[in-house]
Design a protein around this ligand. Sequence first.
Ligand code: FAD
Ligand code: UQ1
Length: 448
Amino acid sequence: MAVNVLQHSRLVILEGLKTRSRHFSTAVIAQKNYKLVVVGGGSGGCAVASKFVKKLGAGNVAVIEPCQHHYYQPMFTLVGGGIKSLSDATRPMKSVLPAKCDWIESKAVKFDPVNQKVTTASGEEVGYDYLVVAMGLQLNFDKIKGLPEAFDLDPQVVSNYWTKTVVNTYPAIQRFKGGNAIFTFPNTPIKCAGAPQKIMYLAEELFRKNNTRKDTNVIFNTSLGVIFGVKKYAESLLKVVESRNIQVNYKRNLVEVRASEREAVFENLDNPGEMEVFKYDMLHVTPPMSTPDELRTSDIVNEAGFVDVNKETLQHNSFPNIFAIGDCNSAPTSKTAAAVAAQCGVLERNLSAVMKEGKQSAKYDGYTSCPLITSRGKCILAEFDYDAQPLETFPINQGKERSTMYHLKAKVMPELYWKMLLKGYWNGPGVYRKLMRLGMGSSQKPSA
Ligand code: FAD
Ligand code: UQ1
């Protein structure tokens, strides 16, 4: 029987060696072992694999990732707004994963932290000395009654969050002839908490351009009690919604879509059980999210289903050889690629220290950023920390809508992402922030 032995992996025959003949009577399970296994080849997984393959060398790092494509998700807002195409945001996975890593093209389905191995959907056992979990978030559209069907039945029901539906957003905006345009925010942690309203601002601008605005109610139904979690930016956004006559309804959680009647049903979270029915003529849904099922049901997560890490070191609280980065970890910050960048530098230093049996010295301060696009050409660049305090890079008031920040978001960030972050060279703007603020007597808190 031919067993495919990868050049750099050690092959362990765990069972089935009952005979010296070339025919085994029971199955042979091959286990590959690596110094470092990274689960997930998204923003965090690519960045971490790039950093560590440089240190550990070819054959010592594997990435488990089932998808053939990598998406630059921050561009989805611009795709939905008709400014970019989905192909601008897409690269073949093979082109972004570091060439010297072994790519295991399968899903991780089982975690065994005690025996230091991960099982894949194709039945492979992958052993590790160190594990980095970077599996992102799963979109739970099916948690909203009628929504999966509504995507098929009604072209005016869209979502920027999914590759299959983001391409429908701009056509729906252009088809819209007036009535209620409703934008939702779910009752779970989500990635990029600003994205549900960014697309609303781009749509509202297009409704004005298309002369449908006067016949339109633009409605933001959010599960939250505030428009944004940081006071400074919330104040700016409240001025934006007021000046553009956008209705904001707080504590409203989408629970059902009735596509045939064009009705969206929201639960009033202030009065659980009380439902409100809104007629819609366009509905942009941000779905409830969770960590992927295979991770959520494992032994390495906390009660909420996120990988249970120390919020400063990013090391697992029970298994010291496990770290987690990005949307799937328990660090209580707003989940963004910008957060991934800042976490990446901290994880690199701390995991390297653990590998050398040294002391971990880097601390993550919760840095995250949300470029809040308010129109084609204007953006409020929110940057903040664990305490929801602004942690701004530039020595100007970032609470204002600015064209420079739009340019940064639309032109500079994609380059920074593909050429720097994914290749392991971008640890967030912390260093630049300190340089820019040298001697400026900033009142902002210093950070790691
Ligand atoms: P991801 O990049 O999502 O990667 C997770 C990877 O894990 C995926 O490749 C997936 O296939 C893989 N995976 C899943 N399950 C398994 C499994 N069982 N086994 C193996 N692999 C698995 N961030 C910003 O900083 N700025 C923005 O302006 C911004 N805007 C956004 C707008 C939208 C509409 C969206 C959707 C996101 C936006 N983000 C933004 C958020 C940003 O994209 C994410 O926070 C970031 O990609 C998180 O990186 P990650 O590595 O944690 O997860
Ligand atoms: C960032 O570092 C980053 O990751 C590459 C993003 O994701 C695309 C961002 O949106 C932002 C705003 C940052 C922060 C970078 C600067 C220069 C402020």
